[in-house]
Design a protein around this ligand. Structure first.
Ligand code: MRU
Length: 359
C-alpha cells in the first residue's frame, strides 16, 4: 500500500480511481485533518481499505471492490481464461465478506464476475481490459445516478429549507456528488437558500468529519449538531425535512442505514417532518422481503470506547457497536432514486426501479 498527499480541489470529484495498476482512494479515516491518498496494490490492501473504513459509504465500497477485482485480474499469473474466472470468483467471495450490510458491494462484484463469464475473449489480457472498462462504467454510472437523484430530489426541499442529514451520504460515500447530499447540492446550485443540519454520527463521526468537510468545501451553509440534539431542533421548528442515504433497500421499502437513522426517523414522524431516503438502484435488494432479514454489521467495541485513539470509557467494559439500523418503510415519506421519486406504497414501484422502468 502506498500513500501520498491529496491535492486540493474546489469540488470533490473523485473518491476512488484506478491509477497505474493501483486502486487509489482518499483515506476517509484521516479527514478532515489530513488529506491523504492511499493506493492499494493487492487484494488484501483493498479488503483492508474497505474493512477499516479508509473507504466507506455503500456506492463507494462497490466501486472500490470493482477495481479490486481488476487488480486481481491483472495480477493473476495465468494464461488460462477459466482459471482467471475462478480467481475472480474467489476474490469476489473474499471481498464480499469485508462489510456485510451495504448491498452495493456484492452488487458490484457480482456484475464484474458476470461480465468475466459472459465475455467471449481470446486471451486473459483482453479479459483484464474488459474488466477495467466495466469498473470504469460502474463508477461513471454511479456519478450519473447521483446527479439524477439530485435533479429528482431538489424539489422536495422547500425554499430556504433546513435539512437534517445523518452520517455521510455525500461525494465521499459515492463515486462523487453523493446521494442524500445530491438534492441539497442541486437545490443550492439552483440558487436556493438551503441550510444543512449535520448529525455528527457517533461513533465514526462521518457527519462531523466528512459531511461537514464536504459542505464547507462547496460553501453550502451548515450547522453541526450532536446526534442527541436532533429532537431539540425538530421541536423548535428548525428542521423542514430529513434526507439520508441507504446501505440496502429491501423489497417492501424498509432500509438499512447508519446506526441512529431509525431514531431520527421516529423523531421526524413524531414531529410530522418528511423523512426522505436517497439511493441509487444498486442499493436495492429484492431478494430480502423486509428489513428484519438485512445483515447488520457488528463492529469492534474499541470504536465506541475510544475517540481518535483516546480512551474515553473505562478500560475493559463491554460496548455494543451495531454499525447500522433498519428504518421501516412506514416511517419513510419518499424514496429518491435516479429514476424518480417514489411515494408509499413502495413494493411494486421498487420492483419497477430494479427492472429499469421509470416511475
Ligand atoms: O459505515 P459507513 O460509513 O460505510 O455507513 C455509510 C452510510 O450509512 C451511508 O449513509 C450509506 O452508505 C449511504 S452512502 C451514499
Amino acid at each position: 500500500m502506498r500513500v501520498g498527499f491529496f491535492f486540493e480541489m474546489n469540488t470533490l470529484s473523485r473518491t476512488v480511481w484506478w491509477d497505474d495498476s493501483k486502486v487509489c482512494l482518499i483515506d476517509q479515516r484521516l479527514l478532515p485533518n489530513q488529506e491523504v491518498v492511499v493506493c492499494c496494490t493487492s487484494l488484501k490492501d483493498v479488503f483492508h481499505a474497505i474493512r477499516s473504513m479508509q473507504v466507506r459509504g455503500a456506492p463507494a465500497i462497490g466501486c472500490t471492490a470493482a477495481y479490486g477485482l481488476v487488480l486481481v485480474a491483472y495480477q493473476s499469473q495465468t494464461d488460462d481464461i477459466q482459471q482467471l474466472r475462478n480467481n475472480l470468483t474467489d476474490a469476489k467471495q473474499y471481498l464480499d465478506e469485508s462489510r456485510p450490510t451495504a448491498v452495493n458491494l456484492a452488487w458490484a462484484t457480482s456484475r464484474m464476475v458476470r461480465v468475466a463469464y459472459e465475455q467471449d475473449v481470446q486471451d486473459t489480457l483482453s479479459l483484464c481490459q474488459v474488466l477495467l472498462h466495466e469498473a470504469h462504467a460502474i463508477v461513471a454510472e454511479d456519478l450519473a445516478m447521483c446527479h439524477a437523484i439530485g435533479d429528482h430530489g431538489a424539489s422536495l426541499i422547500p425554499d430556504a429549507g433546513r435539512v437534517l442529514t445523518h452520517c455521510n451520504a455525500g461525494g465521499l460515500a459515492t463515486a462523487g456528488y453523493g446521494t442524500a447530499l445530491a438534492p441539497i447540492r442541486t437545490a443550492f446550485a439552483q440558487g436556493r437558500h438551503v441550510h444543512v443540519l449535520v448529525d455528527e454520527t457517533r461513533p465514526f463521526l462521518q457527519g462531523a468529519r466528512l459531511t461537514a468537510w464536504e459542505l464547507q468545501r462547496d460553501d453550502i451553509p451548515l450547522t453541526l449538531i450532536t446526534d442527541n440534539m436532533a429532537g431539540y431542533f425538530m421541536q423548535q421548528g428548525e428542521i423542514d425535512c430529513v434526507i439520508v442515504g441507504a446501505d440496502r433497500i429491501v423489497a417492501n421499502g424498509d432500509i438499512a442505514n447508519k446506526i441512529g437513522t431509525y431514531s431520527v426517523a421516529v423523531l421526524a414522524k413524531a414531529h410530522d417532518i418528511p423523512f426522505y431516503v436517497a439511493a441509487p438502484s444498486s442499493t436495492i435488494d429484492l431478494t430480502l422481503p423486509n428489513g428484519a432479514a438485512i445483515p447488520i454489521e457488528q463492529r469492534d467495541s474499541d470504536e465506541v470506547t475510544t475517540l481518535s485513539g483516546v480512551q474515553i470509557a473505562p478500560v475493559g467494559i463491554h460496548a455494543a457497536h451495531p454499525a447500522f439500523d433498519v428504518t421501516p418503510h412506514t416511517l419513510i415519506s419518499a424514496i429518491i432514486t435516479e429514476q424518480g421519486v417514489i411515494f408509499p406504497p413502495y413494493q411494486e414501484q421498487i420492483a419497477h426501479i430494479v427492472q429499469g422502468e421509470s416511475t
